[in-house]
Design a binder for this molecule. Sequence first.
Ligand code: BG6
Length: 484
Amino acid sequence: MTKAAVDPCIFVILGASGDLTRRKLLPALLRLNAKGMAPDKLIVLGTARTADFDDAAFRADARRSLQSAGMSSEEMSHWCDECLHFLQMSKGDSDDYRRLATCIEQLEREHGTPANRAFYLALPPRAFPSAIEGLGEAGLNRSSGWTRLVIEKPFGRDLKSAQELNALVHRYYNEAQVYRIDHYLGKETVQNLLVFRFANPIFETIWNRDRVESVQITVAETVGIEGRAGYYEESGVLRDMVQNHLTQLLAVVAMEVPSAFKANAIRNEKMKVLDSISPIHPNDAVFGQYIEGMVDGIPVPAYRQEPKVRPDSQTATYAALRLEIANWRWQGVPFLLRTGKRLAKRITQIAVSFRCPPVALFRPNPCPEIQPNVLVITIQPDEGFDLSFEVKVPGDMRLQRQSLDFRYGEVFSDIPEAYETLLLDIVTGDQTLFVRADLVETSWHLYSHLLENPPGLHLYTSGTWGPSAADALIKKHGTKWLPE
Ligand code: BG6
């Protein structure tokens, strides 16, 4: 990974005592530092309302991250002591934000850092508006260097709230300062999709309605809601996974060649894809919720038995959808999306099925019908590509399915974690992997009617591939889910 030089800066995390900071942000900042990729003077200032958190607790979290990542060294430990700071903002009112401004200026003076500032809202979504307003009113939206605002997902909970949030953001910041996170875009294999498509013309020439029969995108998880009932009950699978991660994957798979490898050129093409998606017919959506079952050989409870979930909850933990992109490249090609919790296997995969030969030359043979060639792009785990095709069995006129494959892990070591990539992009000012305002609003618009009138809920056993209604949905299009 080579990147443009990064400026010395201060990285302010609002919500520094939370899970996201501990699990993702600190380890990513530490890894960047250990690799020498973060600025020489990367100062991290954590803030939180929690009374029982301070400099020492913040640094202790960082040291634990160092240890668990095997990065513990004298140098890194020294960096934690020198460069990690914490400010308690117990009330979150205008006084607190003024204190924050003073604290930042003081740290910049002490460390000799220019006023380059990134503000990362690692906060619950309900706290975004007051934080944006607090920062803006305290003048922390501008500086003599650069100022960037980073907002975690979910950005809004529907079209209206996303528009309101965008309006508030734009009251203080211009779009070039705003970095809306969708961590799927930071995954190395998602970025590689662009390279795969646009650096390999053999695929690009067949990447259209003439050659492609259907496209599937699966994001399957084995985990349940991991103790996040408060959030998940309000969000459900459509808000948690589909509106953001799956829609972004779809846009990357379906977009046209951008005019340049630049943030806005790429985001313009993604926008055109989203704009061309036809309204989703209610019959093309299947929602499900998991009941008890076995995952990886371990019994797991039903969603409704998870702590703090309503016993009659109608929240969907699974969705399968069929979308159509009404443009010249894709008209008539079904895009089949599915995602769910407590499924049979953890896998994120894109499967592009190509059209079968027009004439079944080999049909009289005692072999199953010819299967389409399928290109499977595995985003995680075991990242790589598989292209399946038919071969002749030696000595007999029988066909057998084989595949050409490529596994990332066999060729490259050290695939950076998504947050590492995204944090580096924030400090280098590259917005390519961040979601622009119009994209986030359009993706909410796509699912508005499903959010307002969700289809009936199908229960599915944990550890399976989801409700059978989803199999029926895909069967209508003459295909089956991959993996099945
Ligand atoms: C998050 C969702 O955005 O993505 C979680 O809120 C989900 O519910 C997670 O588990 C999946 O991310 P990954 O990187 O583990 O596939």
